[in-house]
Design a protein around this ligand. Sequence first.
Ligand SMILES: [Zn+2]
Length: 142
Amino acid sequence: MDLTTSYVFDAAHRIAGHPGKCAWLHGHTYHLEVTVSSRTLNPLGMVMDFDDLRDAVRKAVLDLWDHSTLLAADDPLGPAISAVQREAPDRVVLLPGQPTAEVLTREAWTRLEPQLPAGIALERVAIRETPSCGSAMSRPQA
Ligand SMILES: [Zn+2]
């Protein structure tokens, strides 16, 4: 049985080196969807409590990324933005790769999976930058 929740967060990013407009700093209202599963339901008939999943996603992803600037670790914009936005140094998030939907999906997976309670498996993480463009990652099937 699985359980899916969805979230919205706003963030700026750019794909440094992109040949088109994605190279310029811009923002998206990202849509994040998370699916978890369990072999059994808890005594209340749930895979897990929606609120507990929301708390895990908030701590793992949303608290860090919402209203942040997401950049590749080697993007010179990172230090530049931090220098003028000194009151919020944690709002510049440096990633181990370009902040594409694919890298954000992988990062969200890596951050969220260890936050889940025992017996709850992460099945799918999907992030959309726009209504028509996004990326998803699913747990490999055994
Ligand atoms: Zn973009």
